[in-house]
Design a protein around this ligand. Structure first.
Ligand code: GLY
Length: 344
C-alpha cells in the first residue's frame, strides 16, 4: 500500500474506530437526554421532563415542567398544599438555573402556585437573581401569575392544628419519603423505610437536573420548606450553590434535606467543584456529605441531607448522611428509582 492510499484509508476508518471505542467505553458517548430527580416522587417529575427532552427540547424547559408537575399535584409534598410555617402560612422557595449560568429564584413566596415559573421569569426578564416575600409576590402578580386563596389544604389544616398542641419543631430524617398525607401509617413507597409513630411531617423538597440532546444542563428546585419553620425562614432550595448548581462545562447537582446544613457548606457548588476535579458524581456527593458530618458528627446523626449529581457524560450519583434517600432516573436506558448510598 502506498502512503497516499494508507492515509486515505486511515481517514475513512478512524471515525469508525472512534465510534466503536465510545460504545465499548460505555460512558464515552454521553447518555443523553437524561433527567434525575430527588425521591421516588421524582418518577412523575421525570415523566413530565421527559415529554420535553424526548422531543429534543431544552433542559431548561424540561426541569421547569418537572418542577411544575409537583407544584400541580394536589395534596402533594411541595407547593401550596404543603405544610405551613408556625404562623399557619405556606411559603414557597424555588430556583432554576440554565446552561449559561443564568439563574432565578424566589423565597418566602405566598399564594402563588408555580414558584419555579416565577423564578424563571426573574431570570429571564430582570437583572436580579432572587426576589423574596411580598416583593416576589408583587412581581409574580404583575407578571400575570394568579393570586391563590392562601387557605391551607384540609390535611395541612389538620396537621397544623395537631402541631399547635405542642408547637415543637424537630427535623425528621427522610421526611420527603413519607407517603404524603398518610402520616402515622406505614410507608408504602418502594423505599419508604421510615415510620413515624407520631405522624410528624415537616419538610418537603423536589430537586431535579437534566441534560438535553444538545448536551446542555439545567436544574430546578421547588419546596414549601420545613413545616412549622419560623416565618421568614429560607432553606437551601432557592439559594444558588446550596440547593442547586449547574456548570455546563462540568455537571449539575441538587440537594434535599435540612437546608441549613447545605447552606453552611455551599453544598451543590461544592459537589460540582469536586466533579470538576475529576470525581464521579457519587464520590463528589459523598465528599460533600462528609464535609457536613465532619463539622458536627453528633448533630449529623439526627439529620438528613442527600445530594444528587449529574455530569456531562450523563453519569449520575447520589450520597446521603442517612439511609433512606432515594432518587429517580429517566433516560433511554432506564426509568427507575435508585437507593442512595449513605455515610452513617
Ligand atoms: N431542603 C429544603 C429546606 O431545607 O427547606
Amino acid at each position: 500500500m502506498n502512503r497516499r492510499k494508507f492515509l486515505h484509508l486511515s481517514a475513512l476508518t478512524a471515525p469508525l474506530l472512534a465510534a466503536k471505542k465510545s460504545i465499548a467505553g460505555n460512558f464515552e458517548a454521553p447518555v443523553k437526554p437524561i433527567v434525575i430527580s430527588t425521591w421516588d416522587s421524582g418518577m412523575a417529575v421525570n415523566a413530565a421532563a421527559w415529554e420535553v427532552l424526548s422531543k429534543k427540547g431544552r433542559a431548561l424547559d424540561a426541569v421547569e415542567a418537572g418542577a411544575m408537575k409537583m407544584e400541580n399535584t394536589p395534596d402533594c409534598c411541595v407547593g401550596l398544599d404543603g405544610y405551613p410555617d408556625r404562623d399557619g402560612i405556606v411559603t414557597l422557595d424555588s430556583c432554576i438555573m440554565d446552561e449559561y449560568s443564568n439563574c432565578g429564584a424566589v423565597a418566602g413566596l405566598e399564594r402563588i402556585k408555580h414558584p419555579v415559573s416565577v423564578a424563571r421569569k426573574i431570570m429571564e426578564t430582570t437583572p436580579h437573581v432572587l426576589l423574596v416575600g411580598a416583593g416576589a409576590q408583587q412581581f409574580a402578580v404583575q407578571n400575570g401569575f394568579p393570586l391563590e386563596s392562601g387557605e391551607l389544604s384540609e390535611s395541612a389544616k389538620k396537621a397544623y392544628a395537631d402541631w399547635l398542641k405542642k408547637s415543637e419543631y424537630k427535623p425528621v430524617i427522610n421526611i420527603e419519603n413519607l407517603p404524603v398525607r398518610q402520616a402515622g401509617k406505614k410507608g408504602n413507597g418502594p423505599f419508604a423505610p421510615m415510620f413515624f409513630e407520631d405522624g410528624s411531617f415537616n419538610h418537603d423538597t423536589m430537586g431535579l437536573v437534566a441534560m438535553d440532546s444538545s448536551n446542555n444542563l439545567s436544574g430546578a428546585v421547588t419546596t414549601s420548606g420545613m413545616a412549622y419553620k419560623i416565618h421568614g425562614r429560607v432553606g437551601d432550595s432557592p439559594i444558588i450553590g446550596a440547593g442547586l448548581f449547574v456548570d455546563n462545562e462540568v455537571g449539575a447537582a441538587t440537594s434535599s434535606g435540612l437546608g441549613e446544613e447545605v447552606i453552611r457548606i455551599c453544598g451543590t457548588h461544592l459537589v460540582v467543584e469536586f466533579m470538576r476535579q475529576g470525581l464521579s458524581p457519587e464520590m463528589a456527593c459523598k465528599k460533600a456529605v462528609e464535609r457536613i458530618v465532619k463539622r458536627n458528627p453528633k448533630k449529623a446523626k439526627e439529620l438528613q441531607v442527600g445530594f444528587l449529581a449529574l455530569n456531562k457524560k450523563g453519569q449520575y450519583g447520589a450520597y446521603a448522611i442517612q439511609k433512606g434517600f432515594v432518587f429517580s432516573v429517566k433516560s433511554e436506558r432506564e426509568n427507575q428509582i435508585h437507593q442512595s448510598k449513605f455515610l452513617l
